[in-house]
Ligand binder design. Structure first.
Ligand SMILES: Nc1ncnc2c1ncn2[C@@H]1O[C@H](COP(=O)(O)OP(=O)(O)O)[C@@H](O)[C@H]1O
Ligand SMILES: [Mg+2]
Length: 782
């Protein structure tokens, strides 16, 4: 406590002989108030006597501790402070609380015996007043330093700084600051002994500086420690705050807790395989520590959703009643004897040897021939779930195998996705259009598909997303393809191909009447007595509107008919409708298929070829014409290089054999020849049009007509040999659809006819040839 009342105190008269109170570890400065406690006989007697007189005593700092003090002069410093006792409170035997106020410095002249307490003759020390500019500077500096000390010390009240600023006497300022700062007793005593005010100010400044350094260093250390602690605690505090906010908003914590518990329960209930369980639990553990609002939380919970919803152990019971299976297949599909028989065999083997790992069935054929719907049927016959994924255009391995979980928005591949949809681990799983799988820089999906289909590997299929193996061995995979050539060889080796080449007119009629029409009647909300479609009407649709191997477009046209009738019935215009061939154009518009072959081949120079296409084969017209010119050959109709070379070879053959064919050699000198293959917009290629081009050319130049309803296919050599070609079955079926009656085929292709339905073989007359002269003899009219 510090205070001064200089005016009042100046009036106090200091006696020459004073009682001396020893001080331990503390220095009291003039003008300062100081509370002190005294005890012991000597001190009590001293205070008693002082209180009864002028209340003045001298405080002198002892160099010894209380216990060691022997009251010898050398035990004390020489300079002390005279004080007046402002207040006294007795606190029991020989004890008292005093409040004293310093008056001035004194020096001991001599100690005097004769009292029960210490007594001395003293000399009061007066301070000379110095007030130069240096003192002023020293004071300002000291005040500001002291100000900083007050700020840095939590236990010093701010008022101290204010008081220090208000002190005008430099000596008192130095004393006051010295009395307050935290310095050793010896240091403070030194201040007390410094009578030169300038030196005292300097010395106090030194002490203050020292203390400031200590305080600042202490602060720095403290804030550093705090920093370290902060980092770890900051997050904790933030989380706590976030929790509080969420609680306030009624979300978060509890919900996520519930969610975590739900996952826990799901994992427990699911009976996961060991590895999956471990992974799920690890993820759950992660989830627990995450905040529900974070992105990682969603990633984690999505993963847990997947892993807990996959059919790890769930499977459906197989129906292995072969007779019933056969019945189901017949119910769904007309014909397809070979395919159905093979499917039944397959099921029979499964029945006798449940763990048998047969080859993968692959249904191959043009669109609309029932590949996909056969898959459905098999699932139905077996009592299994059916899942179909289309591989058309799949180029990225990740589509099959999924993306790694670290990738944002990652998902499992299509196989695992399909299984989740199936909700059973033994569905019939159709990989549709396996021939349309592409490969590029993102990795080859074929190798992933290979792993899926390989019974040696697929019991532990690894999806990148799941990251734990999934057993695919119970799945019955079926694949479909339009073309077999584009399937990766290793994949093709795995598969047992069942061909669905396409339907004849008769088969289409049966399919339409038994399946497509009833289905479309129902789909369009009609009753069977409200619509009838005559057989001739169906034929007209098949011939005039759908040129296809399968029945997809036929079904579409039938659907159009049914919609047309349905709208009439709904409007109340008609009650029922019988549709005959002549009515078709009303519903379906004008005929779309180009006119009959016979109409188009009434001039020399037009031959009918057969082409193989992925959609099941087609007929092809080749037109040749001549005009005045000089030996030029023009080819049009989007022909590929191979086909162009065939044309050139055919031309060379005709010229080389001009004499034998009865052609005037001048013909070539005087004419340009143009060969065109409609439809001009569709690209065409391959060598198999060789015989047809040659026949068209010869017909043109010799001006002989080609026989009616005759088509041909085959490659030629410059020597006039006819070489075998591919796709015979599709070509023959296409010719049959187009009403061709005679076909010329390469001799080497004779065996391919076994695949052609007997009915078709009966309708068409075949000639097998290996020599061009023979072709021309058969094809051209006399
Ligand atoms: N033999 C058949 N018997 C009955 N309907 C058939 C037959 N073949 C095909 N279909 C029907 O034709 C439509 C097209 O068949 P779809 O299986 O999609 O052909 P794909 O998969 O071979 O392209 C389906 O509605 C299907 O039921
Ligand atoms: Mg299909």
């Amino acid at each position: 406590m510090a205070e001064q009342k200089p005016d009042e105190l100046k009036a106090v008269k200091i006696p020459e002989i004073m009682p001396i109170m020893p001080l331990f570890n503390v220095v009291v400065f003039p003008k300062m108030m100081f509370p002190m406690e005294i005890f012991g006989d000597q001190s009590a007697a001293l205070v008693d006597e002082a209180m009864s007189k002028d209340r003045i005593m001298g405080l002198l700092v002892s160099k010894k501790t209380h216990e060691d003090l022997q009251y010898k002069p050398e035990d004390f410093y020489n300079i002390g402070t005279s004080v007046v006792i402002l207040k006294m409170a007795k606190g029991g035997e020989n004890r008292a609380q005093l409040l004293v106020q310093g008056i001035s410095r004194f020096r001991i002249v001599e100690f005097i015996e004769g009292k029960p307490y210490l007594q001395a003759r003293v000399e009061t020390l007066e301070e000379e007043e110095t007030n130069d500019i240096e003192v002023e500077a020293l004071m300002t500096n000291l005040v500001s330093l002291f100000d900083r000390i007050v700020k840095l010390s939590p236990f010093l009240p701010q008022e101290f700084a204010v008081i220090a600023k208000s002190i005008t006497d430099p000596g008192i300022l130095a004393d006051m600051v010295a009395s307050i700062i935290n310095s050793a007793t010896e240091e403070k005593q030194k201040i007390l002994e410094l009578m030169d005010v300038k030196s005292r100010l300097k010395e106090v400044t030194r002490l203050v500086n020292h203390q400031l350094e200590i305080l600042e260093l202490g602060n720095k250390i403290q804030s550093q420690v705090k920093d370290d602690m902060d980092k770890s605690q900051r997050e904790y505090y933030l989380r706590q705050q976030l929790k509080a906010i969420q609680k306030e908003l009624g979300e978060g914590e509890d919900e996520s807790k519930v969610e975590v518990e739900e996952y826990e329960a799901k994992i427990a209930a699911k009976n996961l395989p060991e590895e999956a369980k471990k992974e799920a639990e690890r993820e759950l553990d992660r989830l627990r520590r995450m905040h529900p609002a974070s992105a990682e939380y969603t990633v984690s919970s999505t993963y847990l959703d997947w892993i807990t919803s996959l059919p790890w152990n769930e499977s459906t019971e197989d129906n292995l009643d072969i007779k019933k299976a056969r019945k189901v297949l017949d119910e769904d599909h007309y014909g397809l004897e070979k395919a159905k028989k093979r499917i039944i065999e397959y099921l029979a083997v499964r029945k006798l040897k449940p763990d048998s790992r047969g080859a993968i069935l692959c249904f191959a054929g043009p669109p609309g021939t029932g590949k996909t719907s056969l898959g459905h049927s098999i699932a139905r016959a077996l009592g299994r779930k059916f899942i179909r994924i289309s591989l058309g255009g799949v180029r990225d391995e990740a589509e099959i195998r999924g993306h790694r979980r670290t990738y944002v928005g990652a998902l499992p591949g299509r196989i695992i996705q399909g299984l989740r949809r199936a909700e059973s681990n033994n569905p019939v799983f159709m990989l549709d259009e396996i021939d349309k799988v592409g490969a590029d820089f993102r990795g080859d999906p074929s190798s992933a598909i290979l792993e899926v289909l390989d019974p040696e590997q697929n019991f532990s299929f690894s999806d990148h997303y799941l990251d734990v193996p999934f057993d695919l061995s119970k799945v019955m995979f079926i694949t479909t393809a339009n073309i077999l050539d584009t399937i990766q060889p290793a994949l093709r080796d795995r598969m047992e191909v069942i061909e669905l080449p396409g339907y004849t007119m008769d088969e289409k009629l049966q399919i339409a009447e038994r399946y497509l029409i009833p289905r479309q009647i129902e789909a369009n909300g009609l009753k069977s007595e409200q619509i009838s479609i005559s057989r001739n009407a169906l034929k007209a649709i098949i011939d005039g509107y759908t040129r296809e191997a399968g029945v997809r477009n036929l079904e579409r046209e039938i659907a159009s008919l049914c919609r047309g009738v349905a709208s009439g019935v709904a409007a109340g215009d008609v009650e029922k409708q019988a549709i005959a061939a002549k009515d078709i154009h009303k519903y379906l518009g004008p005929v779309r298929i180009p006119p009959e072959v016979s109409i188009r081949t009434t001039k020399p120079g037009i031959a009918v070829g057969l082409a193989w296409t992925p959609t099941g084969g087609d007929i092809l017209f080749i037109e040749a014409t001549a005009m005045k010119g000089r030996k030029n050959l023009t080819l049009t109709g989007q022909l590929g290089d191979v086909m162009k070379e065939s044309a050139t070879a055919a031309m060379s053959f005709v010229r080389a054999n001009a004499a034998a064919l009865g052609i005037n050699n001048d013909f070539f000198e005087e004419n340009d020849i143009h060969i065109h293959v409609p439809s001009g917009a569709i690209p065409k290629d391959g060598p198999s049009a060789g015989v047809t081009i040659l026949t068209a050319l010869t017909s043109l130049i010799t001006n002989r007509l080609i026989k009616k309803d005759l088509a041909m296919t085959g490659e030629i050599t410059l020597r006039g040999l006819v070489l075998p070609v591919g796709g015979i079955k599709e070509k023959v079926l296409a010719a049959h659809r187009a009403g061709i009656k005679t076909i010329l085929l390469p001799k080497w292709n004779k065996n391919d006819l076994v695949d052609v339905p007997v009915k078709v073989q009966k309708d068409i007359e075949f000639f097998f040839v290996d020599d061009m002269m023979e072709v021309l003899k058969l094809a051209l009219e006399k």
